[in-house]
Design a protein around this ligand. Structure first.
Ligand code: FAD
Ligand code: SF4
Length: 397
């Protein structure tokens, strides 16, 4: 009997998927079960593109194709919730399952609140996430720190706080992530500051924390967050797709300890990165005026943002004068307008900062501001279904 708020060890009974998967492929096998039993029409996940630094979204509708999406791509910095909106816009009755990192799960909840996604039509299969690595910088890191040709790397993994690469000849090299982050390499900056490693807004979440000894690499530690999550896991186990074990009390405690230490590490990064201040939201925004002056108004941040979806964007209109299309750098009101949107919806996924050609630390700025909002007892994508601060978005009837 699978129950909500409980943790299980799950293993795939499919030998082929088991080989392809990061930790035995139980997640991909669950997706296969959902497709074969017509519980969903499609699965939205991620697959390898040109190489291991290139993660691309994949919509799989044929269960025989699901193996393509198995494995973890730690340079996969994308937020696939943005694509989800496009599918649901076109096919509102589509039933999908999605693999979601914590920031993707939070984004999905935000889009659900705004009526852009019908959460009843979506099964969210979460993956725990301790952070993703910027693809271009990581290639550079492999060349300069590991002294390995980045094109010779066939696989990367993260285990016990180490970044491990495997070369074409089968040899492995590893470096401690803390050591990398003392220098200029390591996880993306927004990921370092992220306190959410386990996507509690998903239906279930799969991870390797808490799995040790002979279970390591074959089982995932899976937490159930919803009745629907409990139901699909129970059916997949009953039908023989997944094998289940109850983890020991020590394993569950160990998982909790790792999570706590990662949350504490994130808080340390926040203190390290954020401009020092005791102030309110607007004063915090003002601290970064010099950064905003670098803006060339390319709209990259807006376009990359997975919670920006307005068809007619006020930032592009000719009036009022402060959003005049030709004005560079834009008036501070350009980013103030973005602030009003971001303040209650930003999920710290870092897409805006990734694309900004002027290297404005946008994710850092919005995260620092969002923590001010959290002090007001509202945390984007975490709290009630109500938008309590700036409730000007059109919500479903
Ligand atoms: P698989 O069957 O291999 O399925 C993995 C799923 O993840 C597939 O659907 C695949 O498309 C999807 N995926 C791969 N890369 C990405 C990506 N970049 N973004 C979104 N989806 C992706 N577990 C922990 O306990 N602690 C961690 O710190 C941790 N960090 C992770 C970081 C990343 C970027 C990812 C993707 C996973 C992480 N996990 C972490 C989860 C763990 O690595 C396994 O994915 C999980 O245990 C399930 O194993 P599996 O073999 O059943 O998954
Ligand atoms: Fe300005 Fe950077 Fe946004 Fe472009 S991506 S509009 S330069 S802040």
């Amino acid at each position: 009997m699978i129950q909500i708020n409980q943790i299980y060890y799950l293993k795939s009974s499919d030998g082929e998927i088991s080989e392809l998967g990061e930790c035995g492929g139980s997640l991909t096998t669950l997706m296969k079960f959902l497709l074969e039993n017509k519980i969903v029409d499609g699965v939205l996940a991620v697959e390898k593109g040109n190489d291991i630094y290139d993660a691309v979204p994949a919509l799989i509708c044929d269960a025989d194709e699901i193996g393509r999406t198995a494995g973890s791509l730690h340079c996969g910095t994308l937020n696939i919730a943005k694509i989800l909106v496009k599918y649901f816009d076109e096919f509102p009755d589509l039933k999908l399952a999605i693999t979601a990192k914590p920031c993707e799960a939070k984004t999905i909840i935000e889009l659900g609140k705004r009526g852009k996604i019908d959460l009843n039509n979506l099964i969210m299969v979460g993956v725990n996430c301790g952070g993703t690595f910027p693809p271009v910088t990581t290639r550079n890191m492999i060349e300069t720190v590991f002294h390995v040709n980045a094109d010779d790397v066939t696989n990367e993994e993260i285990d016990g706080g180490k970044f491990i690469i495997k070369r074409i000849d089968g040899s492995k090299k590893e470096i401690n992530i803390d050591q990398l982050e003392e220098g200029t390499y390591g996880r993306r900056y927004n990921c370092r500051r992220c306190e959410m490693n386990i996507p509690t807004s998903a239906d279930v979440s799969f991870g390797n924390w808490g799995v040790s000894g002979s279970y390591a690499g074959e089982y995932s530690c899976v937490e159930v967050f919803s009745e629907r999550g409990a139901e699909i896991l129970a059916k997949a186990i009953e039908s023989g797709y997944l094998l289940v074990k109850k983890p020991s009390k020590e394993s569950v405690e160990n998982r909790g300890r790792i999570n706590t230490s990662m949350v504490n590490l994130a808080k340390k990064w926040q203190i390290h990165d954020f401009e020092e201040n005791e102030n309110d939201i607007l004063s915090t925004f003002t601290l970064y005026q010099e950064e905003f002056k670098k803006c060339i108004k390319c709209f990259g941040c807006r376009d990359a943002c997975p919670v920006c979806y307005c068809q007619d964007c006020t930032l592009e209109s000719g009036t009022p004068e402060w959003v005049d299309k030709g004005r560079i750098p834009p008036s501070p009101l350009f980013h103030l307008e973005r602030l009003i949107h971001m303040v209650e919806s930003c999920t710290n996924c870092g897409q805006c900062e990734d694309v900004c050609p002027m290297d404005i630390p946008l994710a850092k700025i919005w995260h620092q501001i969002n923590l001010k909002v959290t002090e007001l007892k509202y945390s984007p994508a975490m709290d009630s279904q109500e938008l309590i601060l700036f409730d000007f978005f059109k919500r479903p009837e």
